[in-house]
Design a protein around this ligand. Sequence first.
Ligand SMILES: [Zn+2]
Length: 204
Amino acid sequence: MMQLHASAFSEVIRRLSAARDPACLLDAGGNYLFVNEAWNRDGAAPRDGQALVGTSWLDHFDCAEVRRLHAEFLFHALKPAHGARPRPEVHIVERNTSTSAVLVAMKMEPVLLDGGPVAVAITHTPVRERPIDEVYPLVERELGDYRAADGTVTQCACCRRVKDPSEEDRWDLVARLVEAPPAGAAQGLCGMCRELHYGQPSEE
Ligand SMILES: [Zn+2]
């Protein structure tokens, strides 16, 4: 059984190693079995990428809601509904920088053994990149404008806009805060990302 696992995995690992886009392999417990070079270079990964192996994929999401939603994605990939065939699923997320609005397709592909998923291969493929100001109006305001009564600044973990606590459902794209969030910023999910990228009803 272990040998079968090993050969099923080695084939997938060979394919992921050769991929130019960031790719990784998670075991059935959601822990990293393998990350390719591009995943190591990916902004989301800690610099010592190889140290990821054995750690939990979900633990690396700072935002509790995003972590919960990704846990659901992982659960679906590993435990398809009774009678349903395991199949790859693609989720589109935003990975914006201060200059580019980037959409990334996160493909989650079950690795099957005897017809059942035993691992999940994940690849991140950029699918659209546009100048940030073509997608979001750029806002230049003081950081203080984004502090809630308790002093916290909340940033959307997906689009990187910051929440304006004084206005219902207003999130601003402040370019300098996209790549350098203020220390201690809380990670949340804006209504638009929640609906558009995670298929959840907007709470706002
Ligand atoms: Zn957002």
